[in-house]
Every structure is written in structure tokens, then in C-alpha cells.
Design a protein around this ligand. Sequence first.
Ligand SMILES: NC(=O)c1ccc[n+]([C@@H]2O[C@H](COP(=O)([O-])OP(=O)(O)OC[C@H]3O[C@@H](n4cnc5c(N)ncnc54)[C@H](OP(=O)(O)O)[C@@H]3O)[C@@H](O)[C@H]2O)c1
Length: 359
Amino acid sequence: MKTYNVGIIGATGMVGQRFILLLANHPWFNVKVLAASPRSAGKPYKEAVGAKWVMTSPIPTNIENIVVMDATADMEEIAKSVDFVFCAVDMKKDEIKALEEAYAKFECPVVSNNSAHRFTADVPMVVPEINPEHIEVIKYQRERLGTKRGFIAVKSNCSIQSYVPALHPLKKYGIKNVLACTYQAISGAGKTFETWPEMVDNLIPFIGGEEEKSEKEPLKVWGEVKNGVIETASSPAITTQCLRVPVSDGHTAAVFVSFENKPSKEDILTAWKEFAGVPQELELPSAPKQFLNYFEEDNRPQAKLDRNLEGGMAVSIGRLREDTQYDYKFVCLSHNTLRGAAGGAVLLAELLAAKGYFD
Ligand SMILES: NC(=O)c1ccc[n+]([C@@H]2O[C@H](COP(=O)([O-])OP(=O)(O)OC[C@H]3O[C@@H](n4cnc5c(N)ncnc54)[C@H](OP(=O)(O)O)[C@@H]3O)[C@@H](O)[C@H]2O)c1
């Protein structure tokens, strides 16, 4: 496999830091450019990120002295010097839309963590094990943008990365209704207990915009490429409540589900165990070997014990049992800044690279 030069836009942020660590020894991707806001631009990375570095591992030595560029003012230069960029920035939605589209129009593909383009109809929103075929819509997006190489591909919100993978292999039983309550870590807000001390011994029953994303995004992921766009699925009916909990990393979901054709418990366990997607078939470097992992113990999965399973790229499931109102209920967990953010984006970029979209 050839190697690609990569830029990280938003390199000083929480997700940007994860990208730096995940790409430190990546076999295909070489970090060449780091960019952020004008506040960081012109400074060596170590100085720009300063006390905002919150990873448990130190900054890789080959990254420390890279001078951070201005994501907007230096865009043309950045676009010319890399094969594609990862983007995870904290800006207004319309500014992010414009920024990502401008990079694409400079013929620089964008693999994004941001929500701005998730509902642009010709932008694929991909969980690589679930809907890898959606990247085929990129050819129509390129026609709209008037580009040869440039395009935008996005990953979905971190909240859905725990329960949608667990539901996906059960679609063959006709999923009718889903109720999911999510218990989301503070790193999902780009925070730690040091920067958000109010979260110690606390729970906040509201995360702005999260319930809408959690209910709508699965229907795009389960949609189909038709007439040059992704047509969203019309079912199942999904309702959610999303709570912020005092956990550093790892989003948990309590899920209730009803089916057209109710499977047995054994059918569900087998579907989870046997499920593998394109990333596993292609042996992409960041793909977990076993994507869905069922724990028999009643007190699993636990955020602290299980979030780092397979490098934080696997989904952990437990407590499958029949319910009195729905057919079944279970609990699932995924690492929100790994599988749910930077890791999910790296896996998507690996899929795009393997399919020739960066050539
Ligand atoms: N944290 C998660 O678990 C998670 C999961 C999925 C998706 N996301 C999404 O990923 C994005 C980043 O999240 P985060 O948690 O990493 O945020 P964050 O820690 O607040 O970092 C924000 C980044 O954006 C940069 N930035 C801010 N204003 C900018 C501007 N005008 N031009 C260029 N760069 C600018 C910042 O640079 P400076 O340091 O120079 O200000 C910083 O690098 C958000 O869209 C978020 O919704 C986050």
C-alpha cells in the first residue's frame, strides 16, 4: 500500500490530539501538516497546544516542533502539500461547511468529524462496517463541486456508534421500534474533570442537539445511494434520551428494541458474534478483529474496563434479555473519541484509501 501525506485541521483540540496519537505509527498515513485557529497559528505544536494536551501519552517527538498553520488563511498551501485532511474543529456550523467545501474545491479530500455536512445529501456518512457502499456517492458530489479529487466524507455522531452497530446485524429480523438512552462521557464535550469540575459527582440530563442527531443519523447510515444522493431509510422508529455522566471516556447506551419477526436470544448472540464488515475483510489497519463483543457477566460492559477493547475500536455489549414492553433490551458501549471520533475517521480514511479515493 502506498503512503499518503495527511493534514489535521483542529490539531490542538481533543479529537485532533487523538488523531496525532493514532497516526503516530500509522502504516499508510504520514502527518505532514497541523492546522488550527489564528490563536495557534505560527507556534510550534507543543507551545500551541500547551496545557490543552490531555492525552495520557506524551506528544510524539516528531510532532512537537511542527509549526501550526492557520486552517483558513493557509488553506491553499495546506491543500497543495497533503493528499487529504482530517477535520475536527469547534466553529459555527456554516463556517465549518464553508471551510470543508473550500478544501474539497482546492482538490483536497476532507474526512470530517464535524456534524456540519452530515445531512448534505451527496456527502457519505459512514460507519465502515455498516455502510461502506455509501462512498460511491462521492462521484456525484465531485460532479456538483466541479472537482476531480476533492470531496467530503464524514463519520457519524459518537452517540450512535454504540447502539447502531449492535442493531445492524439484527436488521434481517425487521427492526420496528428502538428506544435508546445514552450515558455520554465528558470528553464528548472536549472536556476533562480538570476543565469541567462541575461534572464530578454529577449528571446533566441535556446535551444540546444530541437527541435529534441520535434519532436521525441512523436512518442516513441505513439509507441507500439513489439518484446521486443518499436516500435516508424511513424505518425503524427511533426515540432517544441523551445524558452527560461523570465518565472521562466511553459512551454507554441502554437499548430497547422490537422486531417484525422476533429472533431468539441465541439468534441475536450468533448475529453479533458472526458479524464482520468490509474493514475486517480488507484487514484495514485500524479495524478491530472482532467488532461486536458480547459479555456474559451481568456487570459488563463497564466504561472503565471495556472502552479500550481492540484499541478502542470495538463495541462491547451485555445484559441481553427479554423485555415486558419491547422484545429485547441490552446495554452497549463504545469509546467516544476513538471509535466515536478520531478512530472512526481514521478507519473511514483507510477504507477510502483502499478503494482508491485519494489517488
Ligand atoms: N470530543 C468528541 O468526542 C467528539 C466526537 C465526535 C465529534 N466531535 C466533533 O469534532 C469537533 C472538534 O471537537 P473537539 O472535542 O476536538 O473540540 P475542541 O477540543 O474544542 O477543539 C477545537 C479545535 O478547533 C480549532 N478551532 C477553533 N476555532 C477555529 C477556527 N476559527 N479555525 C480553525 N480552527 C479552529 C481549535 O483550535 P485552537 O486551539 O487554535 O483554538 C481546536 O484545534 C467538533 O465539531 C465536535 O462536535 C467531537
